[in-house]
Design a protein around this ligand. Sequence first.
Ligand code: AMP
Ligand code: MG
Length: 356
Amino acid sequence: MIVLGIESTAHTFGIGIVKNGKILSNVKKTYTTKKGGIIPIEAAKHHKKNKEEIYSEALKEAKIKESEINVIAFSQGPGLAPCLIEGMKFAKELSLKLKKPIVPVNHCIAHLEIGRITRVHHERIPKKGTKTSHEASKHFSEKCLLGAKNPVMLYASGANTQIIAYASGKYRIFGETLDIGVGNFIDNFARYLGIGFPGGPKIEKLAKKGKDYIELPYKVKGMDIALSGILTNLKQKIESKNYSKNDLAYSMQETVFAMLVEVSERALAHTEKNELLLGGGVACNKRLQEMCKIMCKERNAQFFCPENSLLVDNGAMIAFLGEIMFDSGIKFSFEDSNKIDIKPRQRTDDVNVSWK
Ligand code: AMP
Ligand code: MG
């Protein structure tokens, strides 16, 4: 079975193609700015302009013809309404044209489910008795194919920051940001430093050059975190001109990532799970990955971190979850596609996880 997945919740328009759980292609284009953040209408225009080209590229990369597609999955929410509409319109167009069913997918859960094919994130440990590196890596990849089975996920993206884990039929949110998402927080901080969107990768570079830790507020409230106060504090520090950009970036990462790791560890302890999975664009940050890895090692948990192309918003994870949902019987026929709408505010725990 071949499933095509469409992602368009925010800045990225992506199309991925999955065949029986294997990713055949994952093509995307991201709206960026030199200064300032995302303007939803502009991002939606970006998606409209690029969708056909991304679609052709995804088919080409997967080496399939459009007639071979069996199912069309798309990100139904949560996200920015104008952007979601572009993705849904394209899904419906394809569904009607190809006469194939549609599966609406929750974006956050797609970030989680892709962990099923995510490799364990640790150094290669050769199996006893294996001599060649080829043999060792074969053993490694066999082991890794298993992926995360029942993880706690730290979902750290632009608009969302949640600690999610499965319990009694749903992916429950054990903790989350009480105000803004960690990616938006970092992008705002970057904007105060005069850096455009996305700010995360540039802040990571500055942080590497930071030497002195500057004390910042640390806001963990039970299982939740709060970021807007830290943002105000950083803004004041930037305006005072008493601090170097590098030290501020470094201190921001050390403080905020420690908060994320603390709530993730608490969720692991409470749920008695022993797998941590990272997801979302901020998870591309090597320092965050390192801190998670250390925490997991200390409590004997396994740490899973997908490759960057699957961490950021992408169509492959939508196709991947679309296939799982379709297999469990969730679908709309093309004749019923008018019954489907976007869900900009859909929460992770609104979805009944009937496929698990
Ligand atoms: P997403 O919404 O999941 O696609 O993630 C986008 C967010 O990830 C943006 O806010 C980016 O600034 C952030 N981001 C991307 N790469 C990094 C990085 N290396 N470090 C921190 N944040 C990052
Ligand atoms: Mg995302």
